[in-house]
Design a protein around this ligand. Structure first.
Ligand SMILES: C[S@@+](CC[C@H](N)C(=O)[O-])C[C@H]1O[C@@H](n2cnc3c(N)ncnc32)[C@H](O)[C@@H]1O
Ligand SMILES: [Zn+2]
Length: 330
């Protein structure tokens, strides 16, 4: 359960009882809520500690590979194959080098750039666990953990390649994530099982009723949600046109930026209420790029209101009115 600024005795107390990750999951094939662990054997099973899970009801088996739990029923997922090309353009080790450098910078400077931890901090949110949907390397989660917003990190993506790289990336920071291959249309979690779910750059790849359905599924499993998406703003379109012109295309495949009104309508249905709003802007992004090379650029951390005119992403925070009530409000 999420609490505001929790006292420090809590982790020791919880360690005694252990962290019951299994009770949060359900079978993605049949919905059964009591998955069983496969018998332990020697090997590196990452955060899971066992070689896999099985469903006693439908008998589906879900193996662990290089720390990634493949909690996805057999099916045709070729629609998402284009993401593999995107993932292969950068390595976990390169991203780790970038984050090691950035994490050496002052907190105020980092928070002037990273919108999701900035908003979570402003709201006083502190989660027992966070789950990043469409995580790729999970850099949003690593940043949230760096700022003390979350204790345990769960990562979820359709791409096993990305998840294996994410496990390696996190281990370079001494963290072992609960990494799951799953599909966001049918998340393998029970209702309200996750303290805080997050996503960055995910829901703009869906539109219409399908977009409503995947957001509803996100809310079903969560007590609180943070979401960052490109906003349909002048800065977004200007940047996208310029980038496409210079590089000969846009690297993110099918993508439709979302208006603030649409984002709010998507996330505040049913029992969820708006907790906060923020944005990511191009001027802070330029300052980060310069600041990576020049210390003087890291001295000014203000974000005057005119930065809003250069906003590129919208960030929303929502929470359940009744912590364990139904997401749909039905
Ligand atoms: C643009 S990337 C975002 C990466 C990361 N969140 C970030 O902010 O850097 C979108 C990610 O969503 C994943 N994804 C796309 N469709 C998905 C689906 N249906 N289920 C789970 N993951 C999906 C892709 O594999 C990819 O890693
Ligand atoms: Zn099952």
């Amino acid at each position: 359960m999420i609490k505001k600024k929790r006292a420090s005795a809590a982790p020791a107390e919880r360690a005694k009882g252990g962290y019951d990750w299994l009770s949060k999951l359900r079978c993605p094939a049949c919905g059964h809520g009591s998955l069983a662990k496969l018998a332990p054997r020697a090997g590196d099973w990452g955060a899971w500690g066992v070689p896999g899970l099985r469903c006693p009801k439908c008998r589906e088996r879900y193996p662990v590979e290089e720390g990634v739990l493949r909690l996805i029923p057999q099916g045709d997922y070729s629609r998402y194959a284009y993401w593999e090309k995107f993932h292969s353009t950068v390595t976990a080790e390169d991203i780790a080098a970038l984050y090691k450098r950035r994490f050496g910078f002052d907190e105020a400077f980092l928070l002037s750039y990273y919108a999701m931890p900035r908003l979570a901090r402003r709201l006083g949110w502190k989660a027992e666990e966070s789950l990043e949907l469409g995580c790729q390397w999970g850099s949003n989660s690593l940043t949230l953990q760096r700022f003390g917003v979350t204790e345990r990190v769960w990562l979820l993506d359709i791409s096993v390649f990305a998840l294996k790289a994410a496990v390696r990336f996190f281990r370079l920071f001494g963290v072992t994530p609960y990494a799951i291959q799953a599909e966001i249309h049918k998340l393998p979690f029970k209702d309200a099982a996750i303290d805080l779910s997050i996503s960055g750059g995910l829901y703009e790849h869906f539109v219409g009723e399908e977009q409503e359905q995947v957001v509803e599924e996100n809310c079903r499993i969560s007590r609180r949600v943070l979401c960052q998406v490109p906003e349909s703003s002048a800065a977004y379109w200007g940047y996208r046109r310029l980038y496409s012109l210079l590089k000969g295309g846009w690297p993110f495949g099918f993508e439709v930026p979302v208006s603030w009104g649409r984002l709010k309508a998507l996330f505040t249905r049913g029992t969820f209420r708006l907790a906060g709003r923020d944005w990511h802007d191009l001027l802070s992004a330029v300052r980060m790029v310069v600041g990576e090379k020049r210390a003087w650029a890291r001295a000014v951390t203000a974000r005057p209101f005119f930065f809003y005119l250069f906003r590129h992403d919208a960030v929303i925070a929502v929470e359940r009115r009744a912590p364990d009530g139904p997401a749909s409000g039905a």
